[in-house]
Design a protein around this ligand. Sequence first.
Ligand code: ATP
Ligand code: MG
Length: 234
Amino acid sequence: MYTILVANPKGGAGKSTLSTQVAGLLAQTKQRVVIMDLDKQQSATNWLARRPASLPRIMAWNEDTDMEELRAFAPQWMIIDTHARLRRADRTYLLSRANIVLVPVNPSVFDIEATAKFLLKLHQDPNVKSGKVAIGMVGSRTDSRTRMAQELHSFFQRSGLPVVLYVPDSVVYPQCARDGTSIYDLPRNRTEQQLEAWQPLVVWLRGQIARIREREAAGATPTPSAEPGVVPVA
Ligand SMILES: Nc1ncnc2c1ncn2[C@@H]1O[C@H](COP(=O)(O)OP(=O)(O)OP(=O)(O)O)[C@@H](O)[C@H]1O
Ligand SMILES: [Mg+2]
């Protein structure tokens, strides 16, 4: 199983939006996905509860999950949606259980400053240092014509980390949040522009799968999955 940790200590950075959209993306490509929601606001869990039964199934993995059902589902991906106040020990544990960390950032100087500090912490983590965990930067709610979008882009360039996606600022995302859907679940004629914007993430994820497999073929131990309950919902 591949694990994607979605994290940024800034509230409202777009973590739950990204977590649910990535889950929807993977589920629509016939991947079996579970979401671990560590935020007591339960945005991702509530999104799952609203998800129409006609759409590809995504399971919640928490302490109440029926383990028989989970085993039968045999998840291939776990998405971990975090809250803004993740403690150091919890971050360390989650990074030891992740293959990828996606960091969504709003085009705002406050968000950029907070994220810069967070990236310093990520770079000190042994699992990031060793290359086990890859970091992908995501621009949230970005309108490429704005000055702040340019500043966000410069920040990403200075970070030296790959920018895997700019999520456009669009009403479709709050609508998806309301309906338990992702852009991948909607009619193509409504989402053409959005799907195009997300394509770099799809390509990057494919590259990540290849990277993880290569590491394992070269003898790296497969990353164990995060267990519910180890990191408290906060
Ligand atoms: N690309 C977008 N376009 C328009 N609105 C968006 C977009 N991304 C997120 N939003 C809205 O911005 C708000 C914050 O997003 P979200 O809840 O995903 O952030 P978060 O990082 O999970 O917040 P928290 O730190 O509270 O968990 C939500 O109302 C969401 O619907
Ligand atoms: Mg959230």
